[in-house]
Ligand binder design. Structure first.
Ligand code: ZN
Length: 270
């Protein structure tokens, strides 16, 4: 015998068929408005607190290694689902945790200022691009499928470079958007010089990768959600060194630069 729960699909169907305007919530409507308003208010409060702290000569609590901003807190930003990202974004260069970690790693451990040769950076943010351009002597090329603000439009699965001609690659939070990530890795392996390095990262969740099969609008248009097994995939193409925030830096440094302890960057070499 059918219980009350069995009627729910029917009810949903009826509601969808009727489609009254009050029933169908516009995508991001009230939630977007609420997110934007609370973000603006929160940031207004943070800016006022920053101004007071400066007047009182208070010691800075956070520092951005990319642009040199030093203050009481970073600003709050919005996620694509309109939820708030508290105290994560640099007010000067708009860097987030992952940009600051990448920059610290390249500057301190991999001595980016000494790099020579050819560096390809996929999908950098403006602040990140400026910092790396200013911080290295390598010939720098920024690239993305969307050429807005980039030097060139490039598809990471089909690069117009000779084999072994690229000295450095930075490919941060790109592979989760690429339908054929194996083709991208094979192509990066092909173009990388024998003594070159590729710095690869992606948002990681749990141990195992989950394929969506298509770009998921609920998850930043990603085509998959990588787990920590991304390392094993990379190891099919490269020799991999794993750098994780929590093992690279002490708690004080993590707090000072507002890094994310679980963030990982893979240094990949042929
Ligand atoms: Zn900054």
């Amino acid at each position: 015998m059918a219980g009350p729960g069995s009627y729910r699909p029917l009810l949903r169907e009826l509601r969808n068929a009727a489609s009254p305007s009050w029933w169908v919530q516009p995508p991001g409507g009230p939630r977007k408005l609420w997110g934007v308003l609370t973000m603006l208010l929160h940031n207004a409060w943070l800016r006022a607190r920053e101004a007071c702290a400066r007047r009182l000569g208070r010691q800075p609590q956070v520092v951005c290694p990319i642009c040199g901003f030093a203050g009481q807190a970073f600003l709050t930003g919005l996620r694509s689902n309109w939820r708030l990202r508290y105290g994560r974004e640099c007010p000067q260069c708009h860097s987030r945790e992952r940009h600051r970690f990448l920059w610290l790693l390249l500057r301190d451990r991999y001595k980016i200022e000494d790099w020579l040769g050819f560096l390809v950076h996929f999908a950098p943010r403006a602040g990140e691009r400026r910092a790396i351009l200013a911080g290295t002597r390598a010939w720098y090329l920024s690239a993305d499928l969307d050429p807005t603000g980039m030097d060139v439009c490039l598809d990471v699965t089909s690069l117009p470079f000779r084999s072994g001609s690229v000295s450095y690659v930075i490919c941060s939070h790109v592979l989760e958007h690429v339908t054929d990530d194996r083709a991208a890795l094979a192509e990066l392996r092909r173009v990388l010089a024998p003594d070159g390095s590729a710095f690869i990262s992606a948002p990681l969740f749990g141990e195992s990768t989950r394929e969506y099969g298509r770009a998921d609008g609920q998850d930043h248009e990603h085509v998959r959600r990588y787990g920590r097994d991304l390392q094993y995939l990379l190891e099919q193409y490269f020799g991999v060194t794993v750098h994780e925030v929590s093992t690279e830096y002490d708690a004080q440094t993590v707090q000072r630069y507002r890094l994310m302890p679980g963030e990982v960057i893979y240094c990949c070499r042929p």
